[in-house]
Design a protein around this ligand. Structure first.
Ligand SMILES: [Zn+2]
Length: 552
């Protein structure tokens, strides 16, 4: 295999306490090594910045929801299509690119690992098919478990406690799907909404017909994930997303989870003051309070879900949220039900700088980034494509690193909204390159439990991105000079030179196979799919994969 010596670059590897030191990075057989021979390819990185490949902890890139979003906006797909070449397949562009274009474009930005954050387990075959079809990146998916009627029944039986049965069921589901971790989306709330009981609720409102509450779902499944020792803790999209005043629900969610490891998705969408049911004009920021709580609870982490002005596609398992956006006047809307286990809604959207609510959302995201004391706890995401495309990450990085640019953008946004945030109180923080390396690779990799990713220590995966050190940070992060995936140079000066399949990352935790006897009758009562047909056994979909074992 190729041996590479990257010489003379400024290395930013915060996981190993390296902050801009000029040193060589050597790669051999797909990993970072101590040294390579004189015949190794030499990449002259003098004047350049060297980081591990980017890791996206929360995006939506595969599965039925993503596919439905592609169908909903056919006019989008002509946007910057990719032509077939000797190396590359063709693909369609837009906010929800085809699988090939998704992989290529992440790679062109220097990202080498991406997590699909919301896969209905019933659709695991579809998710796996699309992820297999997404080149260039290593990928994993989180399975949705927050509104699953079979799990509700197990939680009801144990009165919300973490039973051995529940732990075994969670492990069984990961085994059945090839998933990497567990996601809760609006736990209990999607089922409530399906039953027309409304969405806005407290964590103690009972889900009719199931005898469980959102708090019990959080505690029981969060506890099961913890008890199993999964590499990534429970990943939570809290209740009441987007609702004015939802910061109370978010704080309650954090209190419920605290003391145990947990990750909160797209915290920006959950940081609002104002009155529930009130109009958008009453929306306020409560980001400072949430950041303070987070800072004093190191067991909790979050990604921001930054809103970027321009087009977006809201796509979520939180069907209730999509219904609200529809009522606000969406021209197009898809809602579909995934029997027994989750929901789904899609609404194309545009965030406008002059709009009070949108400007407030934008500013709240920046508050979360800029007020947080510990970058290891607050990771970069736009909840692609909900707050904007992953293609806007370079611009977001510039907003964090370049105060003059940020102030110019603040001036262009709705000033009534900006005045109600902390952004005018002299927030002059500028992220350093090391802090950018933390929020875009080191922290997400560590939080995902991917020990070989997000850093450049000996034995790490040879996923490396090399940037020109440009004053314009947006341009710098949009066009890496080199991207190396698995020890091979795949991007040079903005050109894809080589295709790579990437690896599926799956997690395995031990469970008592007797749990099948518990699950089978519950499946029989509810699913239209027979229990025996539910697990994905197709080897072409499941293998090869890198299996990350749970701790226990
Ligand atoms: Zn999301």
């Amino acid at each position: 295999m190729t041996e590479i010596r990257i010489s003379g670059g400024a290395v930013h590897d915060p996981a190993n306490d390296v902050d801009g030191a000029i040193r060589d990075v050597c790669l051999k057989d797909g990993t970072v090594v101590d040294d390579v021979g004189p015949e190794a390819r030499r990449i002259d990185a003098r004047g350049m910045v060297v980081m591990a490949g980017g890791v996206d902890i929360h995006a939506h890139i595969a599965g039925p929801t993503v596919n439905a979003a592609r169908k909903l906006s056919p006019e989008e797909r002509r946007g910057e299509p990719l032509d077939r070449t000797d190396v590359l397949r063709s693909g369609t562009g837009g906010l929800v690119p085809s699988t090939f274009a998704t992989g290529y474009r992440y790679s062109l930005l220097g990202y080498t690992t991406v997590v699909e954050a919301a896969a209905p387990p019933l659709a695991a075959r579809h998710v796996l098919s699309e992820l297999r079809d997404t080149p260039m990146i290593d990928k994993a998916f989180l399975i949705l478990m927050g509104n699953n009627q079979v799990l509700f029944e197990l939680i009801r039986r144990s009165a919300g406690a973490v039973s051995a049965e529940l732990r075994d069921a969670v492990a069984w589901w990961l085994d059945a799907t090839g998933g990497y971790g567990v996601k809760l989306v609006n736990p209990g709330g999607v089922e409530r909404w399906k039953q027309d009981n409304g969405n806005v609720h407290s964590l103690d409102d009972v889900v009719d017909g199931f005898g469980v509450t959102p708090r019990q779902v959080l505690e029981a499944i969060g506890g099961a994930v913890d008890g199993l020792g999964l590499p990534h803790p429970v990943h939570v999209h809290a209740n009441n997303l987007g609702v004015p005043g939802n910061a109370d629900t978010t704080l309650d969610t954090m209190r419920t989870l605290s003391g145990r490891q947990a990750h909160l998705a797209h915290l920006q969408f959950h940081s609002y003051g104002g009155k529930p049911g009130g109009r958008g004009g009453g929306l306020m920021s409560r980001a400072p309070e949430l950041i303070e709580y987070l800072s004093s609870h190191p067991e909790l982490t979050a990604d921001v879900g930054q809103v970027m002005f321009g087009p977006a596609v809201t796509m979520t398992a939180d069907a209730a949220v999509s219904a609200v956006l529809r009522d606000l006047g969406a021209e197009e809307w898809i809602n579909h039900d995934t029997e027994v286990e989750t929901g789904c809604g899609i609404v194309p959207y545009r965030y406008r700088a002059g709009n009070y609510v949108h400007a407030l959302q934008w500013a709240i995201g920046l508050e979360l980034f800029l007020l947080g004391g510990n970058p290891w706890q607050v990771m970069l995401s736009t909840d692609h494509p909900n707050g904007g495309s992953f293609l806007s990450y370079p611009k977001l990085i510039r907003l964090l690193m370049d105060r003059a640019f940020r102030e110019d953008q603040i001036d262009r946004a709705n000033q009534r909204a900006i005045r109600r945030t902390a952004l005018l109180d002299g927030v002059n923080r500028e992220y350093t390159l090391n802090e950018i390396a933390i929020i875009t690779r080191a922290a997400p990799a560590r939080r995902l439990g991917l020990r070989d990713k997000g850093h450049l220590g000996i034995g790490a995966d040879a996923d490396v991105t090399i940037y020109h050190d440009r004053a314009d940070r947006e341009e710098m992060f949009a066009t890496p000079r080199y991207v190396i995936k698995g020890g091979e140079v795949v991007v040079e000066e903005g050109d894809l030179r080589r295709s790579d399949d990437g690896v599926l990352l799956s997690c395995r935790a031990a469970f008592d196979p007797e749990v099948g006897r518990v699950l089978e009758p519950l499946f029989g009562d509810r699913y239209t799919v027979a229990f025996e047909h539910y697990p994905v056994r197709d080897r072409a979909l499941r293998e090869p994969a890198r299996i990350v074992e749970a701790r226990t």
